[in-house]
Every structure is written in C-alpha cells, then in structure tokens.
Write a protein that binds this ligand. Sequence first.
Ligand code: GLC
Length: 495
Amino acid sequence: MIASHLLAYFFTELNHSQVQRIDKYLYHMRLSDETLQEISNRFRKDMEKGLGADTNPTASVKMLPTFVRSTPDGTEEGNFLALDLGGTNFRVLRVKVADNGSKKVEMENQIYAIPEDLMRGSGVQLFDHIAECLANFMDQLEIKDQKLPLGFTFSFPCSQTKLDEGWSQGRFEIQYSKVETNYSPRSWVAESVLVTWTKGFKSSGVEGRDVVGLLREAIRRRGDFEIDVVAVVNDTVGTMMTCGYDDHNCEIGLIVGTGSNACYMEEMKNVELVDGDEGRMCINMEWGAFGDSGCLDDFRTEFDAAVDENSLNPGKQRFEKMISGMYLGEIVRNILIDFTKRGLLFRGRISERLKTRGIFETKFLSQIESDRLALLQVRSILQHLGLESTCDDSIIVKEVCTVIARRAAQLCGAGMAAVVDKIRENRGLDSLKITVGVDGTLYKLHPHFSTVMRETVKQLSPKCEVTFLQSEDGSGKGAALITAVACRIREAGQH
Ligand code: GLC
C-alpha cells in the first residue's frame, strides 16, 4: 500500500480518497504471489516451445543454441582483444589471461560513443565506426602490427550455426565452424546471424547477416590492421563464463541492464535444434521476447502498452520492456503524466520537459531509492524536469518508482525461478544448488532490485538454492575468455 502510515504521521494534505485513487491505479502493477507463479509457469511453457524443433518457428522465446558446451577450465592464457557492443557503452578491451595458477585476468579498456544516428543509420557505417574505434585503441596500445585474436560480445539475438566439426578439451568445448570467407579463407568461427535488432539499435542491412563477416569487411575496407575474429558471444554467455571461471556451479548468466536476458546450460537431448544427445549446451534464451505472443497481456498495463507502441520495435521484447533500464524510466514518466492529467500530481500541470520521451531516466529510480533523504532527492529530480512539486508529489513519485522497480525485479525472479526449476528437473534432483552470474547497470545500481529478485526466486522455486554472483565486467571479460578457450582448443586441434 502507498506509504499511508507515513502520511498519517507527517502529511495531512494527501487525503484518504487521494491515497485510495492512487492505490487503485497502481494496483495492477503490484503482482500477487499467484500472479507471479502463473507468469513463471507460462514462462516455463515458452521455454519448452523454443526448445522443440516443431514449435520453435512460432515460439517467442527463441532459446538460441550457442554451441558453448561447458565452462573455462582455467588453463587458458594469452593476449586478446574484445569488443563489447549492446550495453550502456561500446567498449574495446585488451585482456591478458594468465595461466600461472592464479587465474589472473588483466584488462585495459576504452569506451567509445556510438552516436544515435549511427545506431539507426546504415550497417556499413556502424561497422566502419566499430573498426575505427578498434584501430584507435590499437594505435594507443601500439599493437597495430600484431594480429591478435578477438572476441566480440554482440548483445543481440544471433542465430549461431555450426557448419563443421567441434573440438573438446577439459571442461570446455565450443563447436566451431570452418567458414570460407573471402578475407580469411579458413577461419574458425561460428556464423552469427543477427535475428533482429533490440534495444536502441536499428541499423539497416544487418538483420539476417553474419556479424563477423560485416566486421571483417569493415576492417578490410580500412586495410591498416588485421584481426583474427575467433568468437561472437552474447553478454549473458560472457557473464556466465566469467563467473564460471571462479565458481564452477555457475551455469546461468543474467543481464539486467539496458536490456534483459538470460542463458543457461541445457541438456543436449532437450535441444532439438541441434543434433546429438550427449552433454549440455548453453542456450541464449532471449527471454526479453517473452510475452510477444500475447501471453502476458493480462498482466500488462496501458503504460506498458504506451511504452511499447512508442518504441523502435513495437510488439517486440515485451518482457524486456517491463524489466530493463531502457524502459523503466519511460513507464514511470507515462504514469506521472497520467496522474497529473487526473489531477493527482503537480496540481494538474504537466511541464514541457516531462512530455519529452526518455527524459525520466532509469537511473532516477535507483537514485530516488538509494538516498536516505529520498524525498529531497525526488524533489530535486522533479525540479530538473521543470516540475514544481509539493511534499505529497514527492511521496507519490517515489511510490511509483518503488512499484515499477519491484515489479521488474519480481518478473525477473519469476523467469529465473522457471529456469532453475527446469535445470533441477532435467537432472532429476530433489534439490539443486546453482549459481547465477549477473551483470547490468540496473541490477548493480538499484538498491533493492537484487533483494526482491532473490526473494521471488526463493519463494517460487523453494527446492533450489540459488546464489547470485555479481560479475566484474562479465560481458567484456567473457568475450576474451571464450576467445582464449577457443584459441586453446584451436591450437590443440591443429597439432
Ligand atoms: C537484449 C538482447 C539480448 C541481450 C540483452 C541484454 O535483450 O536482445 O541479446 O542479451 O538485451 O543486453
């Protein structure tokens, strides 16, 4: 309930009927235990649908096989480059992986901006820009004359295909394909075809194309350096790998940042899209698309619908749009406008700034709940948005932020509960101990997100003991680790 107890003590202006009205509007965003259980059950069904060969084509949760079949064994070493595209920042990294018993990973990285017009311009321009940043980074480190192996964390849905043999060694195996390209005739890398752009990207001519090919072509157009692209990974997979390096129980990766998604180790016999029944394979679930079939419609609100309709990809990534950093601020902004129109906020006056899309940043949700002087914080944020607020306004805005972040964390927990329970059932266990590697700005910055999510998982899957391990730079380091393993395997395969 809205902080009525608080109001009773301190504020008299916000009267009982106002509290009731606000509660009525927020009611649909407070998810009951039964609702969460129901969402978790539906999520589980959609996982099965995505895994089945016959049902996959019409499934919204695509359950993409990654051909990553286990986790690093700690014997990898060398110098690698990594690119990380798809989160808050675009980064280029140099990673040194040491095999001196200390499992040491050292990194240097540089953040580069991707201007909005490049995110939505032509694919050629986007990849030229990526190649330019890479060249700049290599110049700085004076390594342009070296042909280093590179891992590409490309955090978008990619359909990866194994065209040829795979190798295995130790705990880790990646199935690689021998792909003929006009640039590097026999390079060992799986083909990674972009299924659809998500989040803020919409470059033309990339969907349906192999992103490694596009990167190689851009580097060739420049002609001033060479690179050995060895692996393309999703950020969830990179995060699972990074945490798996330290914790062998880590078989799930989760991202709650600009977007949201998870991956986990599934039994090969259940992965109908890939031949073979032995062992396990990491599945990039692309869980953000849950609900695109309409199965979440009874829990979505008019505010979710508005955010979806005004996004770059209407109708798509509906679960993600209720959870992740790119959208939560927008949901709050839509609610604030609605409440103001109803005369419940800001004396009924909407500022011009509040009408601007994206102006209410998701980081405000974290700030508002982090501060002990929360109401002052809310006030200064509202002032920045050109809104003259009273104390009551601040209380209401804070409550809206709390409800939206809590719902996001619970939804994430409901998805995660379905995943851990599936893994437990897969293994025929009464109880399962498992670790989830997690990364993403929202998860890291929001003061209550992780607690609420953990509580939800505990409540919905009581037979699983789940540890959440925050990854230190999972996506970048993960790409380098996968590259390291791929190189080790490749070298072993060449002898
Ligand atoms: C989006 C992407 C997905 C990625 C996630 C987190 O959902 O489609 O590939 O893992 O964002 O960055």
